[in-house]
Design a protein around this ligand. Structure first.
Ligand SMILES: C[S@@+](CC[C@H](N)C(=O)[O-])C[C@H]1O[C@@H](n2cnc3c(N)ncnc32)[C@H](O)[C@@H]1O
Length: 595
């Protein structure tokens, strides 16, 4: 029997992609410094609380995620600690949207997705989950890639989101949905965030019970049982016994407890069969369905209006997602205080909603124009409490003042149905029901539905705006040299990040990684220099000295002085350091492929 695993292959799968920033990509070796270099993140400024840990990162997701994974002080904060990742990458629809192009070779698109997912895996907490938002163009191929990166056993669900409510009659099918592919990081993900029951039509409050809406559960149950047929006296004085062939659900003492709690109910007239009140507020939440309708979580038009209201120019982002959709994703996949990541930020819906829901967040966007037009202003408004839209304010039908038998939400639903019937011309045949009468009825039904409005977010916390720094290397006619800015302290910082040393300045020693100490020499490393440096480190420590030039014999000298120590020359020894997980670099054929 042949060995091997099922996998999707594509041209260039073993390579990586270098973005030239103008929608051109170049296939490169995974060890190529242009994709393997760890770039620094430079502070732009901070809005609100400087210690929030929330980061708006302007730059390519590839560099941003690498920085979060490899720069020690960032890795300590974020690696393996992100609870929820939601990404809404360009779907590869073949279109050029106003704010970005969306037309790549499948192999390019798949490589980009695979590489971002591999980075995301490093950031995810063991009990985290990743949600990938796509449409039909790539979702079937993306499933294979997700299986490969996270393991098919970690597939959780495919959610179908109804993004449109109107129909395109000029297409063969009017596509009304997108997909959210949900994978868990490891089987440790046991979370199944329950959904609120909201205004459930089965529950009402006809007697203005201060405990809120409730429903009556009969106290009688099938079969006769001895001792469970005691008399119960109603408020009107009627004596009730279980109907023939039935018994009371609990003992007489149990019923007395129900009465003591004020949960007994005997119908409107107070003379019916005994019931126990079950309050809506006590019911466990609902397990989410895999089909999410637009009424529950919003649609594309809603999202467009939300971004329009938040953009200082009044323009709308091309492909935003509604806040209610992200509210549900974040509710299911995280708890307050958890870290949520979206490395394809667009207008910033994920970060804005995560912020308003008390989560911490990281978000990345490559387009400077999108950052300045949509993302940054939106997040600033959220922090400053100037974003009244989206999930900030929640309207809940109260059911107050509705006629007997009509429950909360039903008047609004009736108004909607009536308006839809009229629009479809389905009421024309009904005598005496002209357009004006229907309009008046719709208006009256809408007015009858009283709602309470709860403001859930009034501003606060903050975020730091950073940007991915430039490369420390430059290619001058095929020769790699250090960039002009990479001198002194900045050179040290860039080298430390590249080699994953924590910055820990102590005299000429600049960083540490466990028992290894590092020094960066912005010039020639001589024998005298290494003798001095080795004299500064502890007896059980080793030295890594990095310099622009190494004097002859210095590499041997440092090893002689302290076994395990090394000298490296920049850029020569740094620009070739590959950092990809080795399974991405599969240059030799696997056993199963050798005939
Ligand atoms: C579909 S939009 C995301 C919309 C977002 N969910 C919202 O609600 O506004 C995709 C975004 O990813 C950004 N993007 C594309 N490639 C990227 C990359 N390599 N790094 C970071 N962002 C990228 C695009 O500029 C675009 O803004």
């Amino acid at each position: 029997m042949e060995e091997g695993k099922l996998e999707l292959t594509w041209v260039g799968k073993d390579r990586r992609l270098l973005s030239h920033g103008d929608d051109r990509y170049e296939w490169v070796d995974p060890a190529d410094w242009r994709v393997s270099e760890i770039r620094l993140l430079h502070d732009v400024d901070t809005v609100g609380d400087p210690d929030s840990g929330n980061l708006l990162i302007h730059g390519d997701a590839m560099h941003a995620l690498d920085a979060l994974i490899h720069i020690p002080h960032l890795a300590a904060r974020y690696e393996g600690k992100v609870k929820l990742v939601y990404i809404d990458p360009p779907f590869n629809t073949g279109q050029a949207f106003t704010h970005y192009d969306d037309n790549l070779e499948h192999s390019v698109w798949l490589t980009l997705l695979r590489d971002r997912l591999t980075q995301i895996q490093r950031l995810l907490a063991p009990d985290g989950s990743v949600w990938v938002h796509l449409d039909d163009v790539e979702q079937h191929r993306a499933r294979c890639v997700l299986d490969e990166v996270f393991g098919a056993e970690n597939f959780v669900a495919t959610v179908i989101w109804q993004k449109r409510y109107s129909r395109s009659n000029d297409a063969s099918f009017s596509v009304a949905h997108d997909y959210l592919l949900v994978y868990r990081s490891t089987p440790a993900w046991s979370r199944s965030g329950r959904l609120s029951r909201g205004a459930d039509a089965q529950y009402s409050n006809p007697d203005d019970d201060p405990n809120g809406p409730w429903r009556g559960v009969p106290w009688d149950a099938p079969e006769e049982r001895k001792g469970l047929d005691y008399p119960i006296v109603t408020p009107m004085g009627d004596v009730k016994r279980p109907p023939k062939g039935r018994h009371w659900s609990g003992t007489e003492a149990n019923w007395q407890a129900v009465v003591a709690e004020g949960r007994d109910y005997y119908g409107k007239a107070g003379s019916g069969m005994p019931n126990v009140k079950r309050y809506l507020s006590e019911m466990p939440g609902l397990v989410p369905h895999t089909i999410w309708g637009h009424e529950e979580v919003g649609h594309n038009d809603e999202a467009t209006k939300e971004t329009q209201a938040l953009s200082p120019s009044g323009s709308a982002f091309a492909t935003p997602k509604p806040e209610r959709l992200l509210e549900r994703v974040i509710h299911i996949g995280s708890d307050p205080g958890d870290i949520v990541l979206d490395c394809f930020a667009g207008s910033g819906t994920t970060a804005a909603v995560a912020h308003k829901m008390g989560r911490r967040w990281l978000t990345v966007e490559v387009s400077g124009e999108t950052v300045s037009t949509f993302l940054r202003p939106r997040l600033e408004m959220v922090v400053n409490g100037k974003d009244p839209g989206g999930i900030t304010t929640v309207e809940t039908p109260t059911g107050e003042g509705l006629p007997d038998g009509v429950k909360a939400g039903e008047a609004k639903a009736a108004a909607k149905a009536l308006a839809a019937f009229q629009k479809a011309g389905a009421l024309e045949e009904v005598d005496g029901l002209d357009e004006a009468a229907v309009k008046a009825a719709v208006k009256a039904l809408r007015a009858a539905e009283k709602t309470t409005s709860e403001v859930r977010w009034e501003g606060g916390v903050g975020f730091t705006h950073v940007e991915v720094g430039p490369s420390m290397f430059e290619d001058v006619d095929g020769i790699i040299v250090m960039a002009e800015w990479a001198v002194g302290g900045e050179l040290t910082e860039a080298v430390a990040a590249q080699l994953e040393f924590e910055l820990a300045p102590e005299g000429p020693l600049a960083g540490r990684k466990g028992r290894k100490r590092m020094a960066v020499v912005d010039g020639m490393v001589t024998g005298a220099v290494v003798e001095h440096l080795v004299g500064l480190i502890g007896d059980d420590e080793t030295l890594l000295v990095v310099g622009r030039a190494l004097a002859p014999g210095v590499e041997d000298r440092v090893r002689e002085l302290r076994s395990g120590s090394r000298a490296r020359k920049i850029p020569r020894d740094l620009a070739t350091v590959g950092r990809l997980p080795s399974r991405l670099v599969r240059l030799k054929p696997r056993k199963a492929e050798v005939s």
